[in-house]
Design a protein around this ligand. Structure first.
Ligand code: HPA
Length: 274
């Protein structure tokens, strides 16, 4: 089902009524491993997704499914503790719904984080990758259907989805923290099955550096709506076929948990510079 503009407005009106005049500027979508950052928000207003008209709930493991609004690194944030994925059965409009609502609420910037598989042999599990661009071939767009021109144009430019200024802030933050920051292209796959080795080889040939099941849909909706975007991947595992060993959700969660310290430090330091 396509959403109409008044539904986004209803959701935004509801959030306004809960926030008592607080207006967040930056949306943060916390993927696997980073959910705990939502608990660090100061003066938080916590709103379960299920309370918000038209919102879907997140069902993926470790995704709490609530919006936490308040202050983090001195910035006014709306933190999504958990996101929606296409593999949960949601449409791409469902998956990107919250980003549009938060845009209406006044947010101008978006930080996307995720866990992803690593395509590059010479990188290591546990490395953090700054997303410089993405590939989202084959599957439909969150912008499919009637264009809601209140958000943006029918044919939005995708030349700089991930804002160069914010990428520089991330590089500078990594340097200050003494952290290795990889950079590359996030290749979107719908999941929930991990990619086959042939799909991973194809991703590499096409220019992908990491594979994952989120992020690109939200980034497309946010770029359409004129938001500045920053994206980070925690490379929790080598993609299928890179090493001769099977992949598992447990490995993803274990690496995300083990590396949440440096990952969160980088996100918080970069947030300060936004
Ligand atoms: N592929 C897709 N998504 C992922 C992976 C992967 O290897 N690891 C974590 N999320």
């Amino acid at each position: 089902m396509d959403y109409v503009f008044s539904q986004y407005q209803e959701s935004a009106d509801y959030l306004r009524s809960r926030l008592n005049g607080f207006t967040p500027d930056i949306v943060m979508v916390l993927g696997s491993g980073l959910g705990f950052l939502g608990d660090k928000v100061e003066d938080p207003t916590v709103i379960p997704y299920g309370d918000i008209p038209h919102f879907k709930v997140s069902t993926a493991p470790g995704h709490k499914g609530q919006l936490v609004c308040g202050t983090l690194s001195g910035k006014k944030v709306a933190v999504m503790q958990g996101r929606m994925h296409h593999y949960e059965g949601y449409s791409y409009q469902d998956v990107s719904y919250a980003v549009r609502v938060l845009r209406l609420l006044g947010c101008t910037k978006l930080i996307l984080t995720n866990a992803a598989g690593c395509v590059r042999k010479e990188w290591d599990v546990g490395d953090i990758m700054l997303i410089t661009d993405h590939i989202k071939f084959f599957m439909e767009s969150p912008l499919r259907g009637e264009n809601l021109s209140e958000f943006g144009p029918r044919f939005p430019d995708m030349s700089h989805v991930y804002t160069p200024r914010l990428q520089d802030a991330a590089r500078e933050s990594a340097k200050e923290l003494g952290l290795t920051l990889r950079e590359g292209v996030y290749c979107y796959f719908p999941g929930p099955q991990f990619e086959t080795p042939a799909e991973v080889r194809a991703a590499r040939v096409l220019g992908g550096d990491a594979c994952g099941m989120s992020t690109a849909p939200e980034a497309i909706a946010a770029a359409h709506a004129g938001m500045e975007i920053l994206g980070f991947s925690m490379l929790t595992n080598m993609c299928a076929g890179i090493l001769d060993q099977p992949l598992s959700g447990e490995e993803v969660n274990e690496t995300a948990e083990a590396r949440k310290g440096p990952f969160s430090e980088l996100v918080l330091k970069t947030l300060e510079k936004m």
